[in-house]
Design a protein around this ligand. Sequence first.
Ligand SMILES: C[S@@+](CC[C@H](N)C(=O)[O-])C[C@H]1O[C@@H](n2cnc3c(N)ncnc32)[C@H](O)[C@@H]1O
Length: 330
Amino acid sequence: MKDIDTLNKSMATVAMTTQFMNDVDQGLSSKEKTLPSKYFYDKIGDALFVQIMHLPEYYVTRAEHEIFKNQSLEIISALNLDPDYYFELIELGAGDGTKTKELLKELTDGKYKFDYMPVDISQNALDNLETDLQDTLADVSVQTKQGDYFEVLQSLKENKRPKVILFLGSNIGNMDDETAADFISKLSNSLQENDKVFLGVDLIKEESVVLPAYDDSQGITAAFNLNLLTRINNELDADFDLGLFEHRPEYKESDGIAKSYLVSTTDQEVYIASLNKTFHFAKEEKILMEISRKYNDEILNTILSDTRFEIKTRITDSQKYFANYVLEVK
Ligand SMILES: C[S@@+](CC[C@H](N)C(=O)[O-])C[C@H]1O[C@@H](n2cnc3c(N)ncnc32)[C@H](O)[C@@H]1O
């Protein structure tokens, strides 16, 4: 049995590396170079993101945490949960679960019957979360699942148990509107009537608040972005010189989309041995590393328009920086 597990794990690792190679090749070969942000999260990236969440400039986590800390009972009521009926609590892109732990504690105190199922692309994040929950909330039944949340959607259909899906931290904002609409539509088709989604989105607001969140004074966000080049160096045998790329985020309130770029500070070539390919970077050429779309009701309604979801409730923090929506399958 152990041999089969080991074999399955190494096959999964080979598949992930092949996917990583293909995605890097495709992203760096396109006219406007880009790299998928889901690859930020290796062991170092996970730790850097935890640091980002504690930065004074990164209001996003604090605002959503305030909602979970002060309004957990309102969340439970808005989700229409009943202590007598079992449900699956599935979290997509759970990370370190700090905010979710506020809800898990309230659910445990209220003797609700549920399994908590965090999904994340990072096995390291899941391992840390599982250990943390064993120490701090030992009564919670935890079943982790490693994978891309697009792939997990199909498995949601496999049982008809009542489900609450948590999609927090404005993770949806890392998708462009077309991808987000496709994802939300697939999610709604994977769920049953009365299942719920608790969706956290960062709201559109002024540049003076948003931009520093992606350009902190300690340079942690820059290190987080550059770490993906280190990851390509280590895992795909590339020769990116990190000193020749500069982190440069952009945000305009009229667009409502923060964009993180790494900009080549000189004309240069980078060789990626696993691909046996050389990529040319002109001076000032940008690599788009991540988008963080900010939302309002209108944008969310457009994304939901072709789905079976209905907005039931909207909960915000005291500064109205962030909103959590309860979506119910009609
Ligand atoms: C920005 S962090 C947010 C974590 C958490 N949701 C929060 O609000 O604090 C994004 C998390 O989603 C995971 N992630 C990113 N893209 C993913 C994908 N395509 N599939 C599964 N997990 C993903 C990352 O590993 C990371 O833990």
